[in-house]
Write a protein that binds this ligand. Sequence first.
Ligand code: BES
Ligand code: ZN
Length: 852
Amino acid sequence: MKIRKNRVRLTTNVVPSRYEINLQPDLKKFVFEGTETIHLKLKKSTKSITLHAVDLVIESAEILGNENKPAQKISYDKANETATLLFMKAVPAGAGRLKLVFQGELNDKMHGFYRSSYEVHGQRRYMATTQFESTDARRAFPSFDEPAMKAVFEISLTVPSESTAISNTVPVEVRKKSEKLKAIRFAPTPLMSTYLLAFIVGDFEHIEKRSKDGILVRVFTTPGKKHQAQFALDAAAKIISFFNTYFDIPYPMPSLDMIAIPDFAAGAMENWGAITYRESALLVDPKNSSTINRQWVALVIAHEIAHQWFGNLVTMEWWTDLWLNEGFASFIEYLAVDRVFPEWDIWTQFLYADFGAALQYDGLKHTHPIEVEVHHPSEITAAFDTVSYSKGATILRMLADYLGKKDFRDGLRHYLKKHCYDNTSTVDLWNALSKVSGKSVTAMMKNWTGKRGYPLITVSENTTYFNLTQSRFFTSPISEKETRDPTVWQVPVGITTQDGKTQKPFLMSTRTERLPKQSDSWIKLNANESGFYRTNYPKRLQIELAEAVLHNKLKTRDRLGLVRDIMALAENGRRSTTEGLEFAKHYAKETEYVVWAEISSSLAKIHSLISQERFVKEYETFVLDIFTKIAKQARWNMRPKSHSGALLKILILENLSRYGDKATIVKAQKMFGGIRNGRNMIAADLRGVVYATVARYGDAKVYAKLMKMYKAETLHEEKNRIGRALGMFRQKNLLEKTLVFTLSERVRRQDSVRMIASVSINPYGRDVAWSFIERNWKTFLERYAGYRELSFLLEPIGLSTSVKRAKDMKQFIKKNPAPGTERTLQQVVERIHSNAVWLERDRRELREFLSK
Ligand code: BES
Ligand code: ZN
């Protein structure tokens, strides 16, 4: 099917203003019936009306009036996902009403109007639920399914008398339809986009409370799980109050419902007033949930609640500006969590999480500008990536730091008030921030959102000044050679000096800049790691900064930034890997969790790179040595004093396990041995590392036990932990078993790809995983075509160092294409080539360095 790009958007000739929709799902036959009346405005008279519809059968369509005018012909355009209604006589310009009767399937693909299953007392039951973003409202009812086609929706659902029905607003009328059925009508929604609607029908229990400013918040779970909802309820009530004040616009819906859905494609979805989540992103079990999961839940909730304003109240005009939704929510979620859980120091974790991910992804040649041209649904799905989320969040943090808290907040308020119930593009946000701050935000941000990549600032010096030069950073030296990118960014450069002071950032807007030298003391660029760039220092400064790290003269974020950049420069070939490792040794006395997290992931990258080399053992000894001192703080039974202490403890144990520390392995095996007859006394925080360890160093017996635990488990979070461990064995036959298992009935479709990724990441699993993916490609396409899952499946292959693998994969996908994975494929190939030259370049020096 060839898709003509300009045909993807609907005409603006016909504009909907109101939909009255009734849907009746049948949870036995997995179908639904619907009727709707759409209030329209026609700019000029027309004989045909085209609107979106996928996998729907439209039984009848008519224009209502004194005399109803039925459509003569209803035709479907599969490629463009539309239906066209053809009328005998032209429908006159002006207001009109279109009535449609239709049917659809409650599919099992986790999009549109779909079914999800759960068990109550060992019995399987089904619910009907929705996932419409980006372009799947059209699977539930014929609609003008574009974000700028905002309308009012009046939803009613006809459902079994004993079922709970949830939608965006609150019920205003419940009518008994028959002995078995009731019809629930919900209050009309505000003016909103189709992708934010939600309908959910099933057996639920819930808990509720009011936020301190009076908003009703409820959390719904399937029967038997409401005791896992308390953390989310408390967090959401606080978070929504925070945003209410911060945005200075009252939450516009009558209540905030949050619903845990057992089968869910994304992590969570911000439907206005009815946020849906996968269970692991919402539920916290008081006994069996880990610290990191609790933190994850808080961040996800904050993210989705932020969308209630940013995204729902003000919406991007088209998916090209998706980052306005996702980048913004990914930034502001931290602000909210920082207020509600100040002791977590969550902003520092931002550096490692979003900022770090953005640096890696956007260091590729095959990245894309934040503002990305997209047309067809598969291209839209592909835009939900690290650039839209994490780069978006990182450049907003940079801007917020530069403008200051107050101007940034006031600019946002201005933007939201000016554009509420309307649509915007990137420049509208910059204009609002420019206006309030008096600074030229539009000029400053243009290349951050309009161009690919980010700068590397190279520092050189003579006796009187420092010289700074910016040029685009590439992770791969091959890509750097291939691309001549002349972009100059406006970079806010803040500087920390040896006397501990931080200078106010200046805006570097030219390719090079001179800084007069005050003294011969050192400087650290990117104070607080506020800007989205890397720094390359001359030898003298690098040595002095290493000393400053050793003697703890730098702030946490600056210590993190230094090791991150030098490791990236080693990968890119400006430095050698041994230089990077030498630098890392200066962190022996480090105590901060995030800094260790950064070091640990850099070291793991090298570990993966050399996993097929004979000197990998020496490398493991080297890394264990770096961890020696901090390892003393990570006793299994020690009770961490703080949140980050708890995370640090797990991180260290995980490293000790990965690099083969004997005592750690033995202890983990002993703890695992203690799990008997389904009784698991291991603290939730320790389970991930215990399971991983017994898998890495275990046999078929351990495997069988983990498998049994997986099958019996009902807590989604725990299932994920076990599932990941099933991919960490070293025996090919066991990994094969895991792979086959991921596609069985016992694994929910939402979880398969993550388990497979666990095998792909495992150096012992790389080859079996790839051949499994090849063999089952058809199944993956059937299950996940049009989802991010396909990209998630391919991404881990980028860890390989085999140019042959890159070639095979390229050929294979060329023969068996999957729309929406094009860019991921290019990235994987780019990363593999980059790994291969990295290894070639540094292998010898590294081997010699490690043999000492
Ligand atoms: N709007 C997204 C959900 C979504 C993602 C819909 C992809 C369609 C395609 C939601 O706000 C979101 O960003 N969810 C994240 C989790 C979040 C906390 C980072 C997700 O699903 O990955
Ligand atoms: Zn989001």
